[in-house]
Structure formats: structure tokens, C-alpha cells
Design a protein around this ligand. Structure first.
Ligand code: TYD
Ligand code: MG
Length: 468
């Protein structure tokens, strides 16, 4: 490549082009291309591998899988149980972790709390490119962590940070944020695709080479992806997202990629005056203050990783004022809700095509599981009839287009969690009977196994349903 040839790079996904484009052909973003000069790369000088007949295999490159020593990955606890849970048991030595989230959601707070706790037994370094040491101190005082043994460094220059990491060799370092770093050798601005890519590659080498856990903070764009190139997500070992409504106290920490564990765990935090606190009894917290025996409110159980969570769904139906009825779904997939409404309409002739329908998940949670289907329909029906569902009732099950109720996974754990929270009546798919019967719930619990939407509604609104 000729010296410093300019290319245009999409700031959202990293797509490269020779000329400027108004719309990225890869990710579809508008006006995201910026000019960047490619750094001059040394030619490798080792081309034409296959053509050399004498090429010998470098030693120790290929191993038999069984000969690879089976190391258990030693983990470092962050002293925040909810964070450890999402990471799969703690930080893995030498791993590169990316944590993304909206501004103000609490990324810096979370990491400062974790580092301060880890600083008592490990060497920890907090690198901030966004805040001055004084600002960090103020925040630490607010969290009552001002006296904790923790080193801080306010820097944005990659060389400086690399040199400090190499000479101090902390066990864990936080870089807040990757978008503020710049590599001197590149002419583009901090936060540009090539800067982020170069800085991350450098940090990856340091993490692997020196066995330092490096946690990168990444900003999130308007549409919710980590700003800068997606390449960032490919390069790191673990990607966490910190999400939630900023106005509400609860924050969810999710893992979307993890080379050292499962990705379906959820950490739940509450933002308080004195920082983030893990929520142990998430179901109780989410159901607190719930209206009892009110039309339109029904509770379901969803699985977040290995943990069952009880959440309240609410529905409100109103005659439409305009031609096309509104379909609003907060915390749920709108298309899924529209489909479920069609199933309900078909079976019960409710005439929903001139009714506005609002469905929402209470507590700012987002549900993607089809197990919530039956609960959505129960809430809609309850609002439509202006009748509450049977008392202390938990509802779950996937609903198919023909109105059949389909099985969901881990039904026993959902029922057990609900029973623990005082629910005594359960409406669930017939195919879950085997799993749930093993729980041996007390006599006074009512288990209603249903196979059709019609059956479920009879049971929920007590239309002469037989006790099982
Ligand atoms: P912050 O950690 O700065 O967010 P991010 O790094 O993701 O941008 O979050 C700060 C927000 O949290 C800010 O709006 C104030 C609030 N907050 C509290 O409510 N309690 C606290 O103890 C702290 C430190 C912050
Ligand atoms: Mg911050």
C-alpha cells in the first residue's frame, strides 16, 4: 500500500471504501463515513507460502487436542456478586472485557466500585480519559470509597498507558473509555475507527502478554450498538451491556459474548445515593408495589440465564380515536404482541381492530422469551373484560398461531420461584406437567395445565372451570 493512502471508513461498522459514501452499504447508516489515513504497514515479506516446496512446519505450532493441558481458568472475584455472576464467576486473568451502555447509566460507578473492592487484595489501576483525578475522587467519596487502595491515572495517550501498564503490571486495569484513547502514530481523531481498532489491538497484546485483566468502557450509539466499529466486539473476550431506564432505579447487566462462560446471565443492580447495589431477591424487587386484583395486570415468570424472574405485565385497551388502532409494546417485541392479539381476536371475536392496545413490562425489563405469550394474552383479556385474573396467579406458556399452548423450558424452576414468592395458582402448558409434578407443591396450590388459549381463559377468569 502506498504511503498513508486515504480511505473512508464507516464510523458505525468499520466498512471501508475508497471514496466517500452517503450511506454505508454494510450497516445502512447515513452520513457515517469519515476520511482516515491508513498507517504504513511493513510488508510481511513472507508471501507465496504454498509455492515453496521446502517450507517446513514451524515447531510447536500444531498440538493434538488431547495433549493441550486442561487448565481451569482461575478467576478473580470483583466482590460484586451480580457482576461475577454475569462474567461466569469473576474476571479471567489476561482477558479483555468490553462494557457498553448509555451515558449516565453507571458504567464508571460500577467499575470504580469493583476496582476499589479488588484493590484491597490486588493491584488495580483505573485509567480515565473522561474525568480528572479530582472528579474520580469526588465520586469515590460519594461511594465512601475515597480511602481505598486504588491507583488512578488520567491519560488518553496510548503509549503512556501502555508504559504504565507494563511497568506496574496491575492485576486489573479499567480504561474509561476506549473512545478517548489515541495512538500517536495515527493521524485520525480519537474515537475514529482506526484509533479504536489500533488502541484495542495494543491493549489486547498487553492483556495477553502480561496477563492483565483489561476492562474497556465503550460508548453506545443512538441505536444501541457500541460506538465505533463492530470489530471491537470481535477483538475482545467478553462483551457486557449495562442497560435500563435512566429514570428508574434498576439497572441490568447483560453479557452478549463470553469466551469463558455462558452469555445468558443477567445481573440486577439498584442505583442508590451511595452507588450501585446488587439486588438479591430480584423477583420481590420487581413485584414490589404491584396492584393486587386489578384488571390488566398479570404476573409471569421469565428465565434470565439460570435465574427465574417474576415480572408483572400490564395491558390497557381503549377504543381507537383514529382509523388505524395503536399497538404499543414496552419491553416486548411489538410484532410478537400484534401477532398474539390476532390469535386472541380470531378465537374470541373481540373486534380488536378498532381498539388501541398498550402492553408493557413493569420495571424497565425487556422480555424476549415466548414464554410470556400467554401472560400477554391474559393481561389483554383482563383489561378487555375489566375483570382481574384469579388471585395469586402466575401465567406462562408460548402461544402458537392456532391458539395452542406450547411447552417452555425450565417450567419447574419458574413455578418454584413463584411459589416462594407466595403464588398459589399456576396456569401453564400441559406439556410441562411432568417437570412441575416433581416439585410436589402443597395441596392448596392449584396447577392448571392448559393446551388451548380458550382453556386458559376459562381457568383465568373462572368460567366454570373444574378444579384439577
Ligand atoms: P456514571 O457511572 O457516571 O455513568 P457512565 O459512566 O455510564 O456514563 O453514572 C452516573 C449517574 O449515576 C449519574 O447520573 C449520577 C448517578 N449516581 C447515583 O445516583 N448515585 C451514585 O452514588 C453515583 C456515583 C452516581
Ligand atoms: Mg463514565
Amino acid at each position: 500500500m502506498s504511503k498513508g493512502k486515504a480511505t473512508f471508513v464507516c464510523g458505525v461498522c468499520g466498512h471501508e471504501s475508497r471514496g466517500w459514501l452517503g450511506r454505508c452499504p454494510d450497516c445502512g447508516s447515513w452520513n457515517s463515513f469519515a476520511e482516515e489515513k491508513e498507517p504504513v504497514r511493513q510488508a510481511a515479506g513472507r508471501g507465496n507460502w504454498a509455492l515453496r516446496p521446502d517450507s517446513r512446519e514451524p515447531e510447536a505450532a500444531v498440538l493434538a487436542l488431547a495433549d493441550v493441558p486442561a487448565e481451569s481458568t482461575p478467576r478473580l472475584t470483583s466482590h460484586l456478586p451480580e457482576l461475577d455472576r454475569v462474567l461466569g464467576g469473576g474476571f479471567v486473568r489476561g482477558s479483555l472485557v468490553l462494557i457498553g451502555g448509555d451515558p449516565g447509566i453507571g458504567k464508571s460507578t460500577l467499575l470504580l466500585q469493583a476496582l476499589a473492592a479488588m484493590g484491597r487484595s490486588q493491584k488495580a489501576l483505573y485509567v480515565s480519559g473522561e474525568e480528572s483525578p479530582q472528579q474520580i475522587r469526588l465520586r469515590a467519596d460519594r461511594l465512601q470509597l475515597g480511602q481505598e487502595p486504588l491507583d488512578i491515572l488520567a491519560a488518553t495517550d496510548f503509549e503512556t498507558i501502555a508504559a504504565v501498564l507494563a511497568s506496574r503490571k496491575p492485576e486489573i486495569a479499567v480504561i474509561d473509555s476506549i473512545q478517548t484513547l489515541y495512538v500517536e502514530a495515527l493521524s485520525s481523531a480519537p474515537g475514529s475507527v482506526s484509533q479504536i481498532r489500533e488502541a484495542t489491538a495494543g491493549l489486547l497484546r498487553i492483556a495477553k502478554g502480561l496477563g492483565i485483566i483489561i476492562v474497556l468502557v465503550g460508548h453506545v450509539t443512538k441505536d444501541g450498538a457500541i460506538a465505533g466499529p463492530r470489530v471491537l466486539e470481535h477483538m475482545v473476550d467478553t462483551v457486557l451491556y449495562f442497560e435500563g431506564e435512566r429514570q428508574m432505579a434498576y439497572r441490568m447487566l447483560r453479557c452478549v459474548k463470553n469466551r469463558f462462560g455462558a452469555t445468558d446471565e443477567l445481573g440486577l443492580f439498584e442505583m442508590t445515593e451511595s452507588g450501585l447495589h446488587g439486588v438479591d431477591n430480584a423477583s420481590m424487587a420487581l413485584l414490589a408495589g404491584r396492584p393486587i386484583q386489578v384488571p390488566g395486570s398479570v404476573v409471569t415468570a421469565c428465565m434470565e440465564g439460570t435465574r427465574p424472574l417474576l415480572v408483572e405485565l400490564q395491558a390497557l385497551l381503549q377504543p381507537s380515536a383514529y382509523g388505524a388502532p395503536q399497538r404499543m409494546a414496552q419491553g416486548l417485541d411489538r410484532n410478537r404482541v400484534t401477532m398474539l392479539l390476532a390469535v386472541l381476536d380470531k378465537h374470541f371475536q373481540l373486534g380488536l381492530n378498532n381498539v388501541d392496545t398498550y402492553v408493557s413490562v413493569v420495571g424497565g425489563l425487556r422480555l424476549a422469551e415466548p414464554a410470556a405469550d400467554l401472560c400477554i394474552l391474559a393481561a389483554v383479556m383482563s383489561s378487555q373484560n375489566n375483570t382481574p385474573v384469579r388471585p395469586a396467579c402466575l401465567v406462562f406458556g408460548e402461544v402458537g398461531l392456532t391458539g395452542e399452548i406450547r411447552s417452555v423450558s425450565q417450567a419447574d424452576r419458574r413455578v418454584q420461584e413463584a411459589f416462594r414468592q407466595g403464588f398459589t395458582s399456576f396456569v401453564l402448558p400441559g406439556s410441562c406437567k411432568l417437570a412441575v409434578d416433581r416439585l410436589r407443591l402443597p395441596e392448596d396450590c392449584d396447577l392448571f395445565y392448559v393446551d388451548r388459549v380458550g382453556e386458559a381463559m376459562d381457568v383465568l377468569f373462572d368460567n366454570g372451570a373444574q378444579k384439577p
